[in-house]
Design a protein around this ligand. Structure first.
Ligand SMILES: [Mg+2]
Length: 168
């Protein structure tokens, strides 16, 4: 069983919301272009706990450059065995040397968007379950908007252990 996480609004929120007491992490793209994000409460703890039992993968339609900066500054790079950025997932950004799919027999995608979202659907297709399996493969969680009392990732731990019971 592999656990695939979305990034934006699932693990982080890209904002410098002054109301939130969560730590703001800085992303620097160029001397004049920078950005901030907040890590969802319990992200590191939950990723570590899942890592002990499952292979944990990141799949996001954000760019490779931004994702690697996010993982580095939030110190969660080693939580993921593989990262699939936009350059892997989106045919418009994929070069001819990159595989157009990466089939995994058993996985759960944890994402703040549902099956009606084209990016979520594209990820499910990329990792390759059959159409009738899509809803069973998706664990949709409420989006993270910088709320410092957010506890949704703790709930993910319980849900994953229920979903994987007997097949882990
Ligand atoms: Mg998202």
């Amino acid at each position: 069983m592999k656990i695939i996480f979305d990034l934006d609004e699932t693990l982080i929120y890209n904002s410098h919301d002054p109301k939130s007491s969560l730590k703001k992490f800085e992303l620097v793209y160029s001397p004049r272009l920078s950005d901030q994000f907040m890590l969802r409460p319990f992200a590191r703890e939950v990723l570590c706990a899942l890592n002990a039992k499952y292979e944990v993968i990141l799949a996001s339609f954000s760019t490779k450059n931004r994702i690697s900066q996010v993982l580095r500054v939030a110190s969660i790079s080693d939580c993921f065995s593989q990262v699939f950025p936009r350059e892997s997932l989106d045919p418009c950004y994929r070069d001819e040397n990159t595989e157009s799919s990466y089939f995994i027999d058993d996985f759960i995608l944890i994402d703040d968007k549902g099956l009606d979202d084209k990016h979520t659907l594209a990820k499910l297709k990329f990792f390759g379950s059959s159409v009738e399996d899509y809803s069973a493969r998706l664990l949709k969680i409420p989006e993270f908007r910088g709320n410092d009392s957010d506890r949704e990732l703790l709930a993910v731990l319980d849900k994953v252990s229920i979903l994987t019971k007997g097949i882990a």
